[in-house]
Design a protein around this ligand. Sequence first.
Ligand code: GLN
Ligand code: ZN
Length: 773
Amino acid sequence: MKTNNLGYPRIGSNRELKKASELYWAGQLSAEDLLAVGKNIRKENWQLQAESGIDLIPSNDFSFYDQVLDLTLTLGAIPERYNDFARTNSSIDLYFAMARGSQKNGQDVVAMEMTKWFDTNYHYIVPEFTKNQKFTLFSEKVINEFKEANDLGIATKPVLIGPISYLLLGKEKEEGFHRIDLIEALLPVYFEIFEKLEAEKATYIQLDEPFLALNLTDKERNVFTKVYTEINNRFPNIKIILANYFDCFGENLATALALPVDTLHLDLVRCPLQLDDILESNQLSPNVNLSLGLVDGRNIWKNDFKNSLAIIEKATKALGESRILIAPSCSLIHSPCDLELETNNQTLTPEIKQWLAFAKQKIQEVVLLKQFASKEIDTETSIRFAENALANENRKTSKLIHNESVKNRVASITSGDDQRKNTFAIRRKKQIEALNLPLFPTTTIGSFPQTPEVRSWRAKFKKGELTQQQYDDLIKKETEDTIRFQEETGIDVLVHGEFERNDMVEYFGEQLAGFTFTKNGWVQSYGSRCVKPPVIYGDVSRPKPMTVKWSEYAQSLTPKWVKGMLTGPVTILQWSFVRNDQPRSQTCTQIALAIRDEVVDLENAGIKIIQIDEPAIREGLPLRKEEWATYLDWAVKAFRISASGVKDDTQIHTHMCYSEFNDIIQNIADMDADVITIECSRSQMELLDAFADFKYPNEIGPGVYDIHSPRVPSSQEMVKLLEKASAVIPVDQLWVNPDCGLKTRHWDETKKALIEMVAAAQEMRAAVENPVS
Ligand code: GLN
Ligand code: ZN
C-alpha cells in the first residue's frame, strides 16, 4: 500500500507567493527574487510531504499563476497576439501578460479569458485554439521542477493535465473544427515531455483527466481509449496515474476501467459508491491499481477514520494491499495550508478546531490511514486514531451546531415566500416611475479599490490600534470620497464602495450565527488572488442587521440612488466551507432567510435598489447533467426567498461573472431579478448571445470592460461592445457597468476607466436620441 498526493497548495502557508507576485507586478521585486520565492515554496512543500511519509509526491503542481496557463506555455500554444510582446519581453512577463494583459512599454496586449475550474472557485486561463494550431515544447517547467526536486533528494511524480482534458478546457478561436481534433497535433509534445522525464528517471507521471467525470460524447470517449493505449505502447515503463476527481465516472466508467494505465485515482468523497461499482463490475484489469481519494481535498472537516478504514479494507480484500494507494480526493490546492497556524481561540474555538484538518493535516491523515490499514500501528498512531474517533463523535452531538428556531423557520416556509408580489412587467412600471433613470443607466458592481491603506485600517482595528469610532470615521471618509467621485463622474446608480468589507462572503460570515472564520485559511482563487472561506459549522441565523448602517450612511450623502449590496445565499454557501452533516440545500435555505431579513431592513431604511450578488450560482452546478435540475431548483429558490420580501418598486439586482450561462439561462431568468449585471467583456459580448437568443425578459448590464486587467479601455472600445449588445437586446433593457467589482484595481486606472465608461453611455444615449437613419 502506498500514499499518494495529487497536488499541494502553492501559495505558501503565509501567502508568500501572492505577496511576491504583487510586488513584482508593481516593479518592486526583481524577477530573480520572485523566482526564488517560488523555488522555496516548492522545496518546503516537497520536504513536508517527504517527511510526513507521502510516497508519491507531486511536482509541477506549483504555478506562478495557473497550472492550465503553465501547460499552454509548455505546449507552445501561445496566441498570435502575443508574438510581438514575446519577442521583446522575458518569458515570465509573457506568462503574466497572457494571464493579466499588459500595457508595458506601450505594448497593449489583452489577457486571455479566465473561467472557473469545474465546480470550484479556482479560475483557470482558457487555452485558445486555432484550426491549424501548432504545438511545440516551449517551456520545460515540468522537467525542470522534477530535476529540482531530485537535486533535493526527493523523487517526485510530475503532474500534468492530461491531453484530452487540456483540449477540452480550451476554446476554438475560429470556425470549422472541434478542439478535440487537435489531439494528433498535440500528442507528440506530450511524448517529447515523457521522453525527457523518462531520461531523468521519472517512474510515475500523474495525468489529470477530470473530464472523465463529465458527460462525454462517444467520440471523446474513444479518444481516451486511443490516447492512453498509445501512451502505454510508447512508454510501457512509465507508470501513468490517471486522476479523475470532483465526481463519478458515470457512463465513462467502462472506458476508464479499460484504460491501460498503472493507477486509476477515484474521488470517493464526491462519489462514495464508485468503489463498489468498480469492484462489482469485475471490469478492472488486474494490472491496474486504485488510488482511493478518501481525504476530502475540497473541505476542511477531519476525515472519519473509522469510515475510511472500512472502505480501504473492502478494497484490499478484493484487490490485495499492493494494488491500493491512499490519497486525498483531489489536489489540495482547494484546501487551506495549515491548521496549526490557527491560533485565535476566540473565533476558532478548541471545540470547533478539533473537527478540522487543512492541507498539512490532510497529508498526515493520508499517512495515518495507510499505517492503520497496513497495521503499522504504534502508540502514537493509536493515540491519533482515538483522537479522531473522539472528535467526530463530539461533532455529531455538539450543542454549538443545532438551533431549533432556525430549523422551525425553514420547515414553515410557504410557497409564497419565494415570489415577488407582482410580475416583472408590473414591477418595472413602478420602478421606472420611482427611480427615474436615463437610458443606458450607468452603475458599478459594488466594490471600489481596496487600497493598502484601507486594508491597513482594518488590520489596525483588529489589533486594537484603532477604536471602532476611529475605524468607522476612516471608512466613512473613504465612502464619502467615493460617492463624490461617482457623482462628479456622472454615474447614475451609486455604490458605497464596500470599504468596510474584507471579502464579499467573509464579511457576512463574520456577522451570521453558525459561521466561524480562520485567521490564515487562504485558498487560491485566481492568480495572486486568494480567498479565506468562512466555516459554516452550525445552523445559520442573522442576529442583527449587517449592512444597513453603511448603505444608509452612503445614501444620506447624495440625492442619487445608492445600491444596497449583499451577497446571495448560493454564493455564501458556495464560497464557504460548508458543514457536511446535512444537505447543502438545507444550509442554503437557512442563509436565504437571513439575507431576506437584511433585504427587508435595507428597504425599510430607504434603500430603493438592492443588489444580491450570485457570482457563484453557475459554479455550484453539479458536473454531471443528471444532477442539475435538483441543484438549480433549490438554488434558484434560495435566491428568490432572499429577494422576495420587498415591494414592487424596490429594484432587485443580481450579479454573476466568469461563467458560461447558456445552459442555465432559463434558471437565471427564473431568479426573477429586476436587473442582472454579468461579465461579458473578455469574451467580446459572446456571452450575451445566450441572453439574446433566449429573449431574457428583465434588464441586463453586460460588463463593458474587464476589471481583472490594469488596462484602461477607451470609450470607443466600450461603445463598440454596447453597440454589439444593443443589436441583440432592446436598448431600454440595457445597463452600462464594468464586468465585476473594482476592489482589486488601483484608483488611478479605476477613475480613468469609469470616466470612459460614462462617456460611452452618453454616446449611446445620444445615438438613440438622434439616430442617423
Ligand atoms: N459586489 C461585489 C464586488 O463588487 C461583487 C464581486 C463579485 O462578483 N465577485 O466586489
Ligand atoms: Zn463579479
